[in-house]
Design a protein around this ligand. Structure first.
Ligand SMILES: Nc1ncnc2c1ncn2[C@@H]1O[C@H](COP(=O)(O)OP(=O)(O)OP(=O)(O)O)[C@@H](O)[C@H]1O
Ligand SMILES: [Mg+2]
Ligand SMILES: [Zn+2]
Length: 512
């Protein structure tokens, strides 16, 4: 007997349907063959299928079993097909009428005892199933809430093989999981940290507000304990709340990485990712034998924080350059290429020198000039030219740290950021792939960052005196644009240019 059912697999963050055909014949010697799976996955799949069937009281028939997964030319991961293969065998043995599979997409990994384990990419599978006109998606119960965000398709979560078989034989009923997507995105984003906790540091906070307002990448330099990590963690709390579309996109990426396991239906707040400096380049940008999104994609629509940026291996920073520019990362495979979204705000932090205290008011620096310049070269590395804002984060004076005065909360900073973003949305309406000032290209600068008279003179003088590069010049214009937007002002004047020049401390020939 032949059983035919539909499952799904992932390519990047997109799901595609996979036809699973199981043929069981009594003729000849017992035999198990799988067509359309990579060789290494075949044996493991057979072992799991056999154990799961036996341990849940079903028969693993000692017959000729042929499993075909189509399309054959797409690379498929093995484990998500365990469940449909088992069902195919059970059905081919006459226990489930074949028509019960009609209109269903079924995915799930099996453990040896027949429990159904979560898969990656549930949300994308639900979207694909809905778009292809399936009636229902049947998947591991751990993935059901995530998949149920998609409207227009029934989502059934199952825990064990016998439970699902009983449902398919219409001996038991299952209640589809339902979620109201409008309840998932709250107008006030859920962050457990807030800028009000940071005492003093008015200058770094202002710089971060500017960065958030224009989507600018930031480099922070300061001594140990000055609060760089503390400040960075709070950036998502002043970014505009995720829109539903953004949340969906972020969730698809997280899900493709297998990270949607905490029972949440959506990634509801802007991601903050802080990979350790020992990270590999594959873990940073994605890929690998069973491709998964990297940290830069997990930070999509949020912040990627590189703490101690000088400690990262150079190739890891090199591979970030292209996706930072393109806001997407392309993974090439023998069978074709695909891409992961990677639109992020990059925030990097470093000490100013090996001992950490260069320029500090209290501690003397013990480094030699040679050590300092070598260290600086490391921080500058391949990413400095991707940074719009460089700022110094001095250690907080004791009085500030002990102050009882409450600092400004994230909420009011965020309001100003949202207002500035609104101006930018209006400005870039009709421009392709530009949503905020940081994304402007040369022709946008000519159009939207015109400066006159005094402001233009100031920039010219500063460029000469500080020895700023042409690149720094355009970064200053972009940041000045954002500063004007924050104050609701169309024109870019001297005050905005002067502030933007302040944020180029690393371009200056002299040390901070
Ligand atoms: N401005 C501040 N207000 C309140 N607490 C602060 C402030 N700055 C630092 N702290 C406290 O000091 C701790 C250390 O700060 P943090 O780890 O952010 O410093 P850092 O600059 O990242 O240091 P390092 O260079 O060692 O990584 C924080 O957890 C916080 O408790
Ligand atoms: Mg730190
Ligand atoms: Zn030093």
């Amino acid at each position: 007997m032949l059983a035919r059912l539909t499952s799904a697999s992932l390519l990047g963050i997109e799901a595609f349907p996979v036809e699973v055909e199981v043929d069981v014949t009594a003729r000849g010697l017992p035999h198990y063959a799988t067509v359309g799976l990579p060789d290494t996955a075949v044996k493991e799949s057979k072992d799991r299928v056999r154990a799961a069937l036996k341990n849940t009281g079903y028969n693993f028939p000692l017959k000729q079993i042929t499993v075909n997964l189509a399309p054959a030319d797409m690379k498929k991961e093995g484990s998500g097909f365990d469940l449909p293969i088992c069902l195919g065998i059970v059905s081919a043995e006459g226990l489930i009428p074949p028509e019960r599979f009609e209109g269903l997409m079924i995915v799930g990994e099996l453990s040896l005892d027949g429990r159904i384990k979560p898969v990656r990419g549930a949300l994308s599978m639900a979207i694909a199933a809905r778009n292809l006109g399936f009636r229902a998606l049947v998947l591991p119960s751990d993935n059901a809430r995530e998949a149920s965000v998609v409207q227009g398709i029934s989502v059934y979560g199952v825990k064990t093989l016998p439970e699902l078989v009983a449902f398919l034989k219409e001996e038991e009923t299952l209640v589809p999981v339902e979620t109201d997507p409008s309840q998932l995105i709250t107008p006030v984003p859920p962050y457990d940290v807030d800028f009000s906790e940071v005492r003093g540091q008015e200058y770094p906070k202002r710089a971060l507000e500017v960065a958030a307002a224009g989507g600018h990448n930031v480099l922070m330099v300061g001594p140990p304990g000055s609060g760089k990590s503390m400040l960075a963690k709070r950036i998502p709390s002043i970014l505009p709340p995720l829109t539903f579309e953004e949340a969906l996109e972020a969730t698809r990426i997280w899900s493709a990485s297998g990270l949607m396991t905490d029972g949440k239906a959506l990634v509801a707040s802007r991601p903050f990712r802080s990979p350790h400096h020992t990270i590999s380049d594959v873990a940073m940008v994605g890929g690998g034998a069973n491709p998964k999104p990297g940290e830069i994609s997990l930070a999509h629509h949020g912040v990627l924080f590189l703490d101690e940026v000088g400690e990262f291996r150079r190739p890891v920073l090199e591979v970030l350059r292209q996706p930072l520019e393109d806001r997407t990362i392309t993974i090439s495979r023998a069978v074709g290429s695909f891409s992961y979204p990677a639109s992020i705000m990059l925030v990097a932090a470093s000490n100013p020198c090996p001992c950490g205290y260069l320029g500090d008011r209290k501690h003397p620096c013990t480094c030699t000039p040679r050590q300092v310049s070598k260290y600086r070269a490391k921080i500058s590395g391949p990413l400095l030219d991707r940074m719009d804002i460089h700022m110094e984060v001095p250690s907080v004076p004791y009085e500030d740290l002990m102050s009882r005065k409450d600092a400004e909360p994230s909420a009011s900073m965020r309001e100003r950021v949202i207002a500035a973003r609104r101006v930018q949305m209006e400005r870039f309406r009709g421009e392709k792939r530009v949503f905020c000032n940081a994304q402007m290209r040369a022709r946008h600068l000519k159009k939207f960052c015109v400066i006159r008279d005094e402001a233009s003179q100031l920039l010219e003088t500063a460029t000469d005196r500080l020895g700023l590069s042409a690149r720094a010049h355009s970064r200053i214009l972009k940041v000045a644009r954002t500063i004007s937007d924050l104050s609701g002002q169309e024109e870019i004047g001297t005050a905005q240019i002067a502030e933007a020049i302040q944020y180029r401390s690393f371009d200056r020939t002299r040390m901070p």
